[in-house]
Write a protein that binds this ligand. Sequence first.
Ligand SMILES: Cc1cc2nc3c(=O)[nH]c(=O)nc-3n(C[C@H](O)[C@H](O)[C@H](O)COP(=O)(O)OP(=O)(O)OC[C@H]3O[C@@H](n4cnc5c(N)ncnc54)[C@H](O)[C@@H]3O)c2cc1C
Length: 398
Amino acid sequence: MTRVAIIGGGIGGLTAAIALSRAGIEVAVYEAAAELKEIGAGVALHPNAMKVLRAIGVEDDVRKVAGRSQWQVTCNWKTGRVISKTNRQEQAASFGTVGATVHRADLLDVLAGALPAGIVTLGRRCAEVRSGGDLAVARFADGGEIEADVIVGADGIHSSVRASLFGPDAPRFTGKICYRSVVPAEAVRGARLFANFAQWLGPHGTIVLYPMRGEDLINIVCHYDDDGYRHESWIAECGGAEVLECYAGWHESLLRLFAAADTWYKWALYDRDPIPRWTLGRVTVLGDAAHPMLPYLGQGACQAIEDGMVLAAALSAEASDPLTGLARYERTRRPRASQVVLASRERGLSNHLTSRWAAWRRDLSITWRRHMNRRDPEGRGTAWLAGYDATSPEVLAS
Ligand SMILES: Cc1cc2nc3c(=O)[nH]c(=O)nc-3n(C[C@H](O)[C@H](O)[C@H](O)COP(=O)(O)OP(=O)(O)OC[C@H]3O[C@@H](n4cnc5c(N)ncnc54)[C@H](O)[C@@H]3O)c2cc1C
């Protein structure tokens, strides 16, 4: 039986571990941190990810901790005019299921709880991997080593597995930053206003809001053009006054919400081109280690989840030959994930338009697309993303 070692116990690594163990493949996860934990932020799981979570048996538990939004809306930054509005029924009819918005820690708890005991080893930071003839080897910072038939780097944006295989990457600063916070709904006057999944489009920026844990928490993600801050960290804090100043002139309800936030984080957004290879010998990568992407489509975790499903399907279809299984995994996943990387980059540009004329044309095209194509309820030409079903045997490349 193929033995798979996964480096990294984040969203991608744990999803892959569940899918592999359900496929009867022996799997072990090695996580650098001393406990499985996540940053305090939300994650939007679009229908393409929810189909995988259903297939690996965790959909119901994820929905229990998800936000309760009925509508997905896109609004004008200043007036609040609704540019597009989609309800859950439309989403289900177009994509086969509806998305969910959850706190990242809740998602990680659900994934970890679905794994058989003893699969995850904590406190093991991988320093290097190598692929020999019949085995792959991971060496850890503590000097220890493990061997497996296949090693999967699911160790995130600064992946040491990817660096071992292909050398250091070359991130480019985008000139864009992201502020984010999570606010208890009870701290906000008129919190019902924020019970939907909402995207606000304005000059130089986008704001994304959604509820989590029913309607208890409101997740805030605010993008802005700013080339003065270069720190690529998910946990660097900043002051609330800075955020209010940045979005001065945006809709009053947004500023009221922002004023209720206690803690803000500031993250400089770096862009990386899709890499031409994911696999070397018996070692491959998945999730952010394989296809780091800008957050504008909210697809980083969704693509990591799809990766885990397809990896398990490919290795189980080629049970006697893991190298062929890895080749099928990469042939299936790399083209799609690379397309998402590029589409996320494009979305960042089209969301932040500064010319009023160009923004008017974008908004008109959203309305027109929604009218012309019922399978594109968001009106932004991305039905190919949410409509995809990584659990279908047909997606696996031959
Ligand atoms: C604020 C924010 C909001 C986001 N919103 C969304 C969203 O709405 N929708 C969406 O789809 N995506 C979203 N994303 C992107 C998404 O979170 C990432 O794409 C996703 O977490 C990638 O999962 P991963 O498992 O590949 O990596 P990670 O989640 O980064 O997990 C990597 C794991 O590997 C461990 N690790 C790192 N190095 C080592 C090592 N050397 N050895 C062992 N273990 C190691 C880490 O401790 C971590 O547990 C968001 C990201 C952020 C920061």
